[in-house]
Each structure stands twice: as structure tokens, then as C-alpha cells.
Unconditional design. Sequence first.
Length: 220
Amino acid sequence: MSNYYNQTAYVLADTSLKYKIRHLMTQYSASEIHTAMQDVFREDYVFYESLFAPAAAPTNTQAPLAQLLVQTQATPLTQSVVNADPHVETVISTTTKLRPNAQIRVVKKPVVEESVVNDEEVSVVSVNVNEKERRAQIKREQSEKESKKHAELVSKGFDPEGLLTKENLKKWIEVDNLTYAQISRDHVGLPSVQVSAVAKGFGLKSQNAKRRAMILASKK
């Protein structure tokens, strides 16, 4: 009976994995067994990967070309062409088709011109305004200087009108070449119109008066 149990225990031990490994270790080193197991695992991994890995999608090189042709048919192309007339913009709208009889539609769109301001007109207006202001300023300054000179002469006891003698006017006009305005503001403090009237009464004319008379005569 004891021999029966011993034989049964030996059979059970002989079929166990641990026993088989121990038995292999009596013939091979642990390193050799480990390397062999790694090779087995690697071979099994490669096999199972090829067996259960999802199939790669087939590459269709013609699909992008067909899709491109469809998009080209559905997409209108607009091209701007330079026209000889700068005031007209020519737009050519073409719908690309696979047929040779491509349709071309020419649309002429007038270009809206921006309002152009004439610089010359603006300049003339500006000059006129500036000239008018300048003359007004000169007139104000002339009047102020005349009043100041008049007050100065009166304060010194001189009669401004008494200074408008022929001798004085002849010297100021013909010798000093002064204008009526200069005589008014620098010598007598009276309006230049009054000085001009008195000088003409004596037969005297300033250089400016002579030039104006010559210009008027030439125009006539």
C-alpha cells in the first residue's frame, strides 16, 4: 500500500510545472532558461500581434485626385484682369469644367472715383483770404501809427496839417522817395488820403502813384 502512494505522489510531482522547471535547472543554468523563455515570449508576441492586429486601411492613390476634380467642378474661380481703361475694372468669372467648352463671363464694373479737390483752386482761395487779412492788418497798423504820430506832434505843440507844405512834401516825395503812407505815419500823423490830396494840389506824385498811373495808362 505504501508503494502505491509513493508512486502516485511521484506521478503528481512529475507533472507539476515547478517540478519540471527544477528538473530543467539540473540540466541548464538559470540564465539559459531565462533567455530561452524570453525568445519564446518574443516569438509568441510576434505571432499573436500578426493574428489579432487590425488590418491596415488600403491606400487609394486615386481618391484624392477624384475628390480634387469634384471640388474643382464645384468651385468657381474669379480672376481680376487689368483693363486698358483705368476707370473700368474687368472681372472674369470662370467655372472650371471637365469639358473643353469652358464658360467665360466678363463683367465690367465701373470704379467709383473719389471726389478730387482741385489743389489750385484751394491755393487761390487761401491766397485771397491771406491777402485780404494781410491788407486789413497793414491798414490797422497804419492807422495806429498815424494816431500815435498825431498825438506826439500835438503834444509838442505842432499843427500836423501845417506840416503839409510844398517844401516838405517835395523833399519827402522827390528827395526821400517816401510814399504817402510813410509820410502819414512818420511825419504828419494824418491819413494818407489827405497827404495824397495835398501833394496832388502841388503837382507832386510819389513814385508809387506814378507807377500806378503808368499801369492804368497802359491798360487803357
